[in-house]
Design a protein around this ligand. Structure first.
Ligand SMILES: Cc1cc2nc3c(=O)[nH]c(=O)nc-3n(C[C@H](O)[C@H](O)[C@H](O)COP(=O)(O)OP(=O)(O)OC[C@H]3O[C@@H](n4cnc5c(N)ncnc54)[C@H](O)[C@@H]3O)c2cc1C
Ligand SMILES: C=Cc1c2[nH]c(c1C)Cc1[nH]c(c(CCC(=O)O)c1C)Cc1[nH]c(c(C)c1CCC(=O)O)Cc1[nH]c(c(C)c1C=C)C2
Length: 473
């Protein structure tokens, strides 16, 4: 009987894939510590004006193997009609801004943009590619390095400071000087190590592969996303519609989903495992962990200190999220998805999402300010109040976006340890963790944001992969 620990998106998706594997729902259990399922995905609708505030994720990418996998899941859950796409032609898809040198700048969004000089860059971006071509490989071969160093070596300091560093903030709220190059640029790094440059490597593999592409049968929804040119998408009712649909699906199939069930320890036995809860002990055949890695580390510490140590080596950061709603028309002068602040600006906010520019919210303006991340303690100390975060958000909305108006409603969330950081050495660490599970023959499978990608698509795929490896006894 497989038991899932953690009822965030990856845990719910693990339940869905176990059912698809043919395991009867009555044999599957899912235990969640908090009072609700969905983890960081939380969409709150204001009762008075109906505006939805997302405190966690808000958009999903439709492309790539993992993007298409999510679309197949949505299709199976019959959520197609609830998809709200952002088209590639929209301002939200084409205008991503960065805040550098006390100013907002638009990042190039097409090939033409590479040939033009655009602030804050001192030269057209094409010169970054020439920099890569003319720069040799690093003298010794590197097993890993920070994405900042890699970008600086290959493409120059401006790319590292103005493009890569803000982008890392906008994906994992992290410091590019600490994050592994393999987090986003695994292939480019491998190409550089093999061919002495990224462009050289890309050309070599283009010649080697010709125009061949892996054959794949995309779902109807993936074809629609391509034909209609979706850039990213959300769901009616907010992204929480997805965990709610998974929850209903699992319950309809008789999966036992229990909230307020905080697992306190795991002890592996020759034929399974014992899970300790405040209410007592549950005996299970095998465990699928959809927990944050630092939590799993606590649960296995007594029996497997070495595994626990490796799991605790994956750091997490805190993010402050402030949703702002203005009912008095458009208070926003800028168009686009939002802006990200370059860490060199040394301001407490990571970036702002222009929600009402992404989705049609009538005459309302809705913005989400994200702050802290890798620098949370530095700017906010150990115990900031919600008022501190709201005041900071308002200060920077006024300074950067010139918004003076008082918001109609606001919501502040301090998300503690919400995003894992894939620091230099992460991939080796995850490999060592997996090797330990195999050599110790532990009936434990891992999924979730801690290991193979932090996005929604990644965690859904991680659940699918974990379930594929699960052997039905
Ligand atoms: C602010 C923010 C913005 C984001 N934006 C995007 C975005 O726009 N697009 C995108 O693709 N991704 C985004 N993400 C990432 C995405 O939200 C996450 O990767 C995903 O939700 C993680 O799901 P998970 O199931 O791995 O983890 P979690 O959501 O952390 O779920 C883990 C669950 O385990 C439970 N748990 C913990 N301890 C125990 C225990 N002892 N026993 C039982 N249960 C336990 C927790 O309560 C929780 O419900 C964002 C994340 C954040 C924080
Ligand atoms: C400022 C903080 C954050 C913002 N979004 C996130 C954080 C921590 C989290 C996040 N955003 C994206 C993903 C998924 C990546 C994936 O694998 O699909 C996650 C976990 C999507 C994303 N958002 C931005 C970028 C560059 C990306 C990567 C993929 C894509 O191109 O869509 C930009 C961006 N994020 C934030 C802002 C303010 C912003 C700005 C323009 C907020």
């Amino acid at each position: 009987m497989p038991t899932i620990l953690g009822g965030g998106l990856s845990g719910l998706a693990a339940g869905y894939y176990l059912l698809r594997k043919g395991i009867p729902g009555s044999q599957i259990k899912l235990f969640e510590a908090s009072s609700r399922l969905g983890g960081w995905i939380k969409s709150t609708r204001n009762r008075e004006h109906g505006i939805i505030f997302e405190s966690g994720p808000r958009t999903i990418r439709p492309i790539g193997v993992n993007g298409r996998n999510t679309l197949a899941l949505l299709e199976d859950l019959q959520l197609e009609k609830q998809i709200v796409p952002i088209l590639k032609t929209s301002a939200a898809a084409q205008r991503r801004l960065i805040y550098v040198n006390n100013q907002l700048h638009v990042l190039p969004s097409n090939l033409k943009g590479l040939f033009r000089k655009q602030t804050p860059f001192s030269r057209p971006l094409i010169s970054a590619l020439l920099h890569d071509i003319s720069t040799g490989k690093s003298s010794e071969s590197l097993p890993d390095e920070s994405i900042y160093n890699f970008a600086k070596r290959r493409f120059g300091q401006e790319i590292a400071d103005y493009a890569i560093s803000p982008m890392i903030c906008g994906i994992c709220a992290g410091n590019a000087k600490e994050i592994s190059v393999k987090f986003l640029m695994k292939d480019l790094f491998a190409k550089e190590q093999k061919h002495g440059g990224v462009v050289k490597g890309l050309l070599a593999s283009a010649f080697a592969q010709g125009a061949k592409k892996a054959p794949e049968a995309p779902s109807e929804l993936a074809n629609r996303a391509k034909a209609e040119k979706w850039s990213i998408y959300s769901l009616q009712g907010g992204l929480e519609t997805l965990p709610r649909a998974l929850e209903s699906h699992l319950q309809a199939e008789n999966v036992l989903t229990r909230t307020n069930k905080d697992c306190l320890g795991i002890t592996f036995r020759p034929n399974g495992a014992e899970l300790t809860f405040r209410e007592g002990v549950e005996e299970v055949d095998s465990v699928i962990s959809a927990l944050p890695s630092y939590k799993l580390a606590e649960l296995v510490r007594n029996q497997h200190p070495e595994l626990s140590e490796m799991l605790s080596g994956i750091p997490y950061v805190d993010v402050g999220v402030v949703n702002m709603h203005y009912s008095s028309g458009n208070v926003l002068k800028e168009q686009g998805f939002g802006f990200l602040a370059a860490p060199a600006e040394k301001i407490p906010i990571l970036g702002v999402i222009f929600d009402s520019c992404c989705f049609d919210l009538g005459s309302n303006t809705v913005l989400t300010v994200m702050m802290g991340g890798a620098w949370f303690r530095e700017y906010f100390g150990a115990t900031p109040t919600e008022e501190d975060l709201l005041a900071t958000a308002q200060t920077y909305l006024k300074k950067i976006l010139k918004i003076d108006q008082k918001p109609t409603s606001t919501k502040v969330n301090i998300l503690r340890k919400c995003i894992p950081q894939y620091i230099v050495g992460h991939h080796d660490r995850v490999e060592a963790i997996r090797k330990y599970l195999v050599t110790q023959k532990l009936p434990l499978h891992l999924c979730g944001a801690a290991y193979d990608g932090v996005g929604i698509n990644d965690v859904i795929l991680s659940a699918k992969t974990a379930v594929e490896a699960y052997k039905v006894s």
